[in-house]
Design a protein around this ligand. Structure first.
Ligand SMILES: [Zn+2]
Length: 353
């Protein structure tokens, strides 16, 4: 059954010190049809091209089959499913309406960052060291990206130690258009169960990280927050491609203020390509053929992102400007670090969608 919208404006709810919006109202305003799959527990919003699944109490929303971390849990107030306005702004709208929320940009140079190196071996499982496989994946990815026409630089090309702040600093100095950090994961418990890639982008200002592992615990702005919508879209496209093309378990798009992400002055993400500790996935990570497929999936994700951020041709650009609304976004309206878009009574609506 569809949730009935308030007739004129969305009813505001307040939970966890946050403004919450009825998902049904927001969905209707954006041309999505909303039904409970499991009453009171799981709400689905769909149109012809997009499917969102909201689970009550969950810190994730599923968007077209990929889990995307939220900063605040989905709530249910007397049968009305609610989502935080903060998450509509910071986690959902940049993915659903990239042409409105993401700055158009060309992509020429991509900085690859093979995790760890030298005295920092990263995770290890038996004789397998993470630093070896991140470098091997970076080499494969470099070759494929060059074939696709990109200029590629790397924070390391050998088994050398590179300080964390030096990695985004190199990307900044060399004017890279994207920063992609490569890692493999490990878990001390549940080794047979925990598997699959996860992709990180910077945590929005004022929110807690999905799992920061002690890094970047302060909630203030970082240079990377300037490009947080773009980083989210890049992380999402890559995670979607990894899961789809590798048939891997989806561990979602997550948020963290990792040192290698927070000082990047371009869209920046960190890929955890899978679990070395999983008996099957570990063996795949150690195989050249699987890493080649993983590199192909990452390239496809980057190309999908590139398509979404391509600057529009001049005639289209004029049309967009003509129809721009208060809710629409352009580069001059971009929020500086530390300043979220301010919610207003109707700010959840992307009128016209
Ligand atoms: Zn690592």
């Amino acid at each position: 059954m569809a949730i009935q919208a308030a007739p004129h404006k969305f009813e505001a709810f307040r939970f966890n010190g946050q403004d919450y919006v009825p998902i049904g109202d927001w969905a209707r305003a954006n041309g999505l049809h909303c039904i409970w799959l499991k009453r009171g527990d799981e709400l689905v919003a769909t149109n012809r091209t997009t499917r969102l699944v909201f689970d009550v109490d969950s810190h994730y929303v599923e968007i077209d089959g990929v889990q995307v971390a939220l900063s605040f849990p989905v709530a249910n107030q007397n049968g009305v499913a609610l989502v935080a306005q903060f998450d509509l702004d910071a986690a959902i709208r940049p993915l659903l309406f990239p042409s409105r929320y993401v700055k158009p940009a060309g992509i020429r140079t991509i900085c690859l960052d093979p995790g760890h190196g030298g005295r920092d071996a990263g995770n290890h499982e038996g004789w397998h060291y993470e630093k070896i496989y991140t470098l091997a994946l970076a080499g494969e990815l470099r070759d494929q990206l060059r074939k696709a026409g990109f200029n590629v630089i790397q924070t390391r090309t050998r088994d050398t130690y590179v300080e964390l702040p030096d990695r985004p600093a190199l990307a900044n100095q060399r004017g890279a258009d994207l920063f992609v950090s490569l890692h493999f994961n490990a878990t001390p418990t549940g080794k047979n169960e925990v598997e699959g890639p996860q992709t990180y982008c910077i945590t929005p200002v004022g929110a807690s990280s999905t799992d920061a592992q002690g890094e970047g615990s302060n909630h203030g702005p970082t240079p990377a927050n300037r490009d947080e919508d773009e980083s989210l879209l890049l992380a999402y496209q890559i995670q979607k491609s990894l899961v789809g093309n590798l048939g891997a378990n989806d561990r979602g798009v997550r948020r963290a203020r990792f040192a290698v992400l927070r000082d990047a002055r371009m869209p920046a993400i960190l890929i955890e390509g899978g679990y070395m500790t999983h008996p099957f996935e570990g063996r795949q990570i150690y195989s050249t053929a699987y890493r080649r497929r993983m590199a192909q999936a990452i390239v496809k994700g980057i190309l999908a992102y590139q398509k979404l951020v391509l600057p529009p041709p001049p005639s289209v650009s004029r049309a967009i400007n003509h129809h721009s609304t208060k809710a629409g976004n352009n580069s001059s309206a971009k929020h500086p670090p530390g300043e979220r878009r301010q919610p207003s009574s109707n700010s959840a609506a992307d009128a016209g969608f």
